[in-house]
Design a binder for this molecule. Structure first.
Ligand code: ME8
Length: 630
């Protein structure tokens, strides 16, 4: 795939109504890691993050805290900056929507839309969720009439607003998404966005009459800009739309990548590009939507109060490991259920064992057995284990083109496992005992080469620890991209390889309270006596037919030994009735009978289901019906 030479990576700008949590950290670390990877692979990259400071949500929080909105914004945006600093986030710009320069550009941009005739006056009435800072429809509400995200009751609002003529841009925008000009990743989210075009996408209101804390409209000072419109414009106000010195380079000539979670997909994939089209501004190139981090199956969120703070993570694992762990518990793009216990397991396996311990035992052997000196390799043939390392670099790069961050990391961890296996198979400690110093030098050189490549590849996460390892190997501070530039050549290791002064990633044992939690979960395991209560038998299907008026149900007549039984099963979407005749399936035969659509069902068949696929459990070899399963 061809690669442009410059990227512009953004996170959402976060509301300052509360402190950052690991949900926000997830996107911010992802953007930071992506930005660092671009540089590692030799591209220019610019990284923007910031805070979203206007709107009723922030104003209400300020009032509760007894502060002016500006005071709350100043205090809390600093909390975000401090948190990101502690997490080693290296942004190029931190934008605040209360920056006067941003406010001026918002007015300029909205004036352009107005001048082009895409703004008109109207009246809005509907339900408004302050948590989401958006209108929501009746259909979206929970059964109890609450916002599904914040579980709060929305307010009924009616006011005069200015509207944006979204309808005018829907056709051309859809084409851009379909053609891939505007790339929405992953494909499932792209389809979700395309699905939105089939619903009623109304013109949206871009101002508020009653809200006071915001940027006033340039053509009607009695109204403020809707906080979402104000916020979206940050992406172009940071490089100073329309004619700042960097606007062309950063916006027009870079690959612009917006990262965010699925909660704000509609604003970014529909409203924002439509507004840019209206103003004749280039669209972003990639919009990358990741899933939610959940705690106990509920989205981690300020409003729900179930948060883990970046500081907590740093306290448990240190900065480098926290960056690594927060991003790599689930596939980028999917939701991930977080269990703090799993952080400990992953830390110990990937960082303490696979990386830290390999580095430690390799460098110690070089120090003790070779006086810290690695021999230069002889001959032109590249050993397989180093070739594997080159391939890993290629695979990581490919994964990152698709912003598959966790998959990229998995490639590195898989390579580290190979290096560990190589080390164990070559048994350098035996070579040392036997005095086979040539062979020992070769083995330790190869492993060190692999460690140097892996450290460079892990450097976007483990910014501090990998710098230490590279310094030990090369005898000086060495930027990780320099290691990759040497690909295909012998590496100029130091004349005296050092051992890190501290254990890089000491093994951690789980805190007592988590162990207790894990034990309590183990209490949910069932004993064999529980399992024995369920009577499972092989049954042969003798007849099958659809249940009239029920799309999902089939009525089956089963032979179970000498008995003939009827069951009703929800498998009609997956099996044609005739295809079941003669099949030997597994049935729970001691369930209380139930009636489904008025038809008696005397048991339950077993099936495996995943990702909309279902398959019946059958037996491996011929066995008469009625056979018991234990
Ligand atoms: O929506 N899992 O700000 P916000 C993963 N100001 N990511 C999460 C998360 C979770 N549990 N919780 C939050 C806003 N995030 C607007 C944005 S942009 C022009 C305006 C991350 O403070 C994720 O990136 O509610 C999500 O999209 C964002 O925080 C929402 O942050």
């Amino acid at each position: 795939m061809s690669q442009p030479d410059s990227y512009y990576v953004t996170t959402p700008i976060y509301y300052v109504n509360a402190e950052p949590h690991i949900g926000n950290a997830y996107t911010t670390v992802a953007a930071d890691v992506l930005n660092r990877y671009h540089k590692l692979f030799g591209y220019r990259s610019y990284f923007l993050t910031g805070t979203d400071e206007h709107g009723s949500k922030v104003a209400e929080s300020a009032e509760k805290a007894g502060l002016s909105p500006q005071e709350l914004c100043d205090r809390n945006s600093q909390v975000f900056k401090d948190s990101w600093k502690k997490m080693n986030i290296e942004y190029d710009k931190f934008i605040r929507t209360t920056d006067p320069e941003h406010e001026e550009i918002v007015r300029k941009f909205i004036q352009v839309l107005h001048d082009k005739g895409y703004i008109y006056q109207g009246e809005y009435s509907g339900l408004y969720c302050t948590g989401c800072e958006k209108f929501i429809t009746d259909k979206e509400l929970t059964e109890d009439g609450l916002c599904p995200v914040h579980l709060t009751k929305p307010q009924q609002v009616r006011e005069k607003n200015y509207f944006f003529k979204l309808s005018k841009f829907l056709g051309p925008l859809k084409e851009k998404i379909e053609s891939g000009d505007l790339e929405i990743m992953p494909a499932s989210r792209r389809n979700e966005v395309l699905g939105l075009f089939k619903q009623n996408l109304d013109d949206f209101s871009l101002s508020r009459e009653r809200v006071k804390w915001g940027v006033s409209l340039p053509f009607d000072e009695s109204q403020v800009t809707y906080v979402w419109i104000d916020a979206l414009i940050n992406y172009i106000s940071a490089p100073k739309y329309p004619d700042g010195p960097d606007f062309d380079r950063l916006w027009n000539k870079s690959t612009v990548v917006h990262l965010m979670a699925k909660d704000i997909l509609k604003f970014h994939c529909i409203y924002w590009p439509a507004m840019l089209m209206a103003a004749d501004v280039k669209l972003p190139d990639k919009i990358v939507i990741h899933g939610y981090l959940n705690l106990d199956s509920q989205k981690i969120s300020k409003s729900l109060g179930n948060i883990i703070k970046p500081d907590d993570m740093i306290g448990w694992f240190g900065v480098d490991a926290s960056r690594f762990l927060v991003l790599n518990m689930c596939a980028f793009g999917s939701d991930g259920d977080i269990r703090i216990e799993d952080f400990y397991t992953k830390y110990n396996s990937d960082l303490a064992n696979n990386y830290g311990n390999l580095v430690s035992r390799t460098l110690k052997m070089i120090d003790r057995n070779l006086d810290g000196i690695l021999p230069q390799p002889s001959g032109d043939d590249m050993p397989e284990i180093i070739k594997d390392g080159y391939e890993t670099v290629g695979k990581v790069r490919d994964r990152l083109v698709d912003v598959q961050i966790k998959m990229a990391t998995d490639e590195i961890i898989a390579y580290l496992s190979k290096l560990n296996t190589y080390f164990d198979e070559k048994k350098p400690w035996v070579l040392a005992k036997e005095g086979a110093s040539n062979e020992l030098g070769k083995v330790l050189y190869n492993v060190s080469y692999g460690i140097a490549l892996s450290s460079a590849l892990l450097s976007p996460y483990l910014t501090e620890k990998t710098a230490t390892v590279l310094e030990c190997l090369f005898g000086k501070k060495i930027p990780p991209n320099v290691v990759l530039q040497e690909l295909g050549h012998a590496l100029g290791f130091s004349d005296k390889i050092e051992i890190p002064k501290e254990n890089l990633f000491p093994r951690l044992s789980m805190p007592k309270e988590l162990e207790t939690k894990a034990e309590a979960e183990a209490d949910n395991l069932i004993g064999i006596e529980d399992f024995a209560k369920v009577k499972l038998q092989v049954a042969e299907v003798k007849a099958a037919e659809k249940v009239p008026g029920a799309d999902k149900l089939l009525k089956l007549q089963l032979e179970i030994g000498r008995e003939l039984r009827q069951i009703v099963a929800g498998i009609a979407e997956y099996y044609e009735p005739e295809s079941l005749l003669g099949k030997k399936i597994i049935v729970v035969t001691n369930l209380k009978p139930v009636k489904l659509r008025g038809i008696e069902s005397n048991g339950m068949l077993l099936a495996a289901q995943k990702n909309k696929k279902l398959t019946l459990l059958t037996v491996d070899s011929d066995i008469p019906s009625g056979a018991k399963i234990s």
